[in-house]
Structure formats: C-alpha cells, structure tokens
Design a protein around this ligand. Sequence first.
Ligand code: PLP
Length: 399
Amino acid sequence: MSTPSLKFDLQIKYGTEYGPEEEAALLDVLRKGAPTSGEACIQFEQEFAAYCGVPHARAVSNGTAALFLSLVALGIKPGDRVITTPMTWIATAAAAVTLGAEVDFVDIDPETCNLDPRQIEEKITPKTRAILPVHLYGQCCDMDAILEIARRHNLAVIEDACHSVGADYKGRKAGSLGLTGCFSFHEQKNISTLGEGGMIVTSDPAVFERIALYRSHCTRVYGRSTKYCSLDEEKLPMGKRFWWQDFDDCGYNFRMTDVQGAVGVVQLRKLDALNARRIENAAHISRGLQDLPGLKLPTVAAGCKHVFHLYPVQIDPVKFGMDRDDFIHTMLHEKGIKVGTHYTPLHLTTAFKKRGTRKGQLPVAEAVASRLVTLPINPRQTREALNYLIESVRSLHRA
Ligand SMILES: *Cc1c(COP(=O)(O)O)cnc(C)c1O
C-alpha cells in the first residue's frame, strides 16, 4: 500500500508538469538578469491574448490579483455590490470584499455546480455593479444567460476562469466572453508559472489601460517606454529631460517576473495537450464508475469543452452506502488517496458569516457540498494509477 499511496498523493497535489523546455526557458531569462515584466512577459501576454482570441492580456502575480485589478479597473468602491457563487475559492469573493464592496451569493445549478442564472435577477439591487461567474472545475457557466442578464441591467461581467484555462464555450475561449477574464497559474492549476502567476484578458481598451496602470503603481513614463510600461503612452515634449515619470493615482505592484513569463510561454504551448490528457483521464474514470449507484459523475454541458481541472463526484449516502466524510476518511486511510472537497460554500465560512450570511440561505449549494468530493486528476496519471483510483472507489461501495 505505501508505494502506490505515496505516488498517488504526490500526483494530486501538483497539477503542473514541467520539462526540459521550461528549464531552458528559465535559464535563458536567468542569464539575462531575471528582470521583472520584460520581454518574456510581453511575449506571454501576446500569445495568451491570441490564444483566447482577444486583443489584450496583462500578466499579474496571481489569480487573486487578476480578480482584484479587474474590480479596481471597474471602479468598484465601498457600498457597491457584486454577485457571485458560493461554490468557489475565497479569492473570487475576497476581491470584492477587500475593496469594501458587498457580495451577494447566488445559488448553484446542481448539475454543473456553476452559478444558476435563473436565480441572479432576484439578487440585483440598484447598487449591484458586477457579476463574477466562476467556470468551476474546468467548465464554463451558462454564459449566454449571464451575459443577457448583465446587458439588461447594465452590469459588468468579470469571469473567474482560474479553473478553466483552455475551456471553450460555444467555440469561444473561457475568459474572452465577459468584460475581463481572470486566470491563475498557481501550482495546482492546469498550467503554472513556477507556483504562482495570473493573467487578465479583455477586449476593452479603456479597461485594459486601467488594469495596466494599476498593476504597476499607475506609472506613466514620458519620453520613452520602459520595461514597466508597455502601454503606448503619449509622447510629450521632453525639454531637456530624457524621460520623466508621473503617477496618475496610487496603485499596486502585481507584476509577474520574466522567469515566470518565459515558463508561461512554454506552458501555454503545451496547454491543449495537457488538457487533452485531463479530458482522457476524466473519460477513463467516468467509464470505470458510471454503473455505480449513488455516485453522480460530472457531465459536460452542450457546447462546452470541459478541461477537468477537477473531477467532482456527488455521493448519495444511502445509495452509495457511505457518506461523504466516511468516503474521504476511508480513501485516505485505507487506499492512500487524498480526495478534495471543493468547496465549503463561502456563505458558511467565518469570513462571510460575520458579514451576515447564514446556513439555509443557499440550499442547493449546501446540499451539493455535503455530498461532493473531487477525485485526483492531472495530466500525468498512468492507466495503472487511474485503475487503482477506480478500483478503490468501487471497493467502498456498500449498498
Ligand atoms: C486558484 C483560484 C483563484 C485564485 O488564484 P491564485 O492564483 O491562487 O490567487 C481564484 N478563483 C478560483 C476559482 C481559483 O481556483
């Protein structure tokens, strides 16, 4: 047991896989002095924008910064309200809260676990400014419905595509549908830039300009471009000075380093192949578990390419013969497999309960979360590892 369990544990912890290409790219930038936000980041941004089919992309230090800067670019301020899902990593909602805004959670669709568009409109108030759909587990939300509601109520849509780099919605890339799309390259995500990293994409030039400014202390450099300022800034008369600097406002430092950017370029080229392996692995798990009563497997909505950042299953305690908590415990201690619980609905966390949320408020999310586990999935899994996972789950079935 100890050998497969150790291997398996390592496999679930890290989503990313690096090879000699990343090593070479990294050393190349190191030998150039490992600058911040230079040529390699600009190349990563250009290639990422092209991949998503949008004109603009800006690399940032992480996915949380991508969400936060998107809301900064929108001018979100204390008293404003944003709508999002409770089934997400806290970063989505924290981006709004840390700007002084209030979050209104909308319940989820039990099939996809994504935000249920039918419940959005009742949560819209005169103070609502934005909807933050999260493309959970690797599959896009029902974006036609969400974009239509946003259009009717004049709300911005900020896509949290941190789970869904490379996913498609009706032929368009996740992140390219809203006002901005936010990505994370954390070590567990489908591609990574050395453990941390993020990207914002947008088609709106004015929003892009604000994102670019606030990412780096709202620096404007007149007279010539610097590595920090890849905007085509206005060239003002220089007088005797070669260049000078001004600040439009007080901003932040959410820059990405060039070592990360160079690794990002390589990872992006591998993205479709890495996602294809996740999709194959998910299909193999589904084939191995589909006949088990009491286990609800993930489904792919029409028009979506699901990139299986995670593989969620919902366990019916009666029909499966074991409840979720026993399942987690037995998988770990008898099989050596660590399964996840993505997520504790945010309205049940201390951070939001002290802001007035309560149990019972979002019944679908609460019911789903009490049955949900995420099985390990990544591009490196061998058939042997996947079959061991399938056999382990099957052996727990008691009904
Ligand atoms: C990972 C993640 C984030 C935040 O990304 P970081 O890079 O960790 O800051 C935001 N939203 C979701 C859904 C995520 O999974």
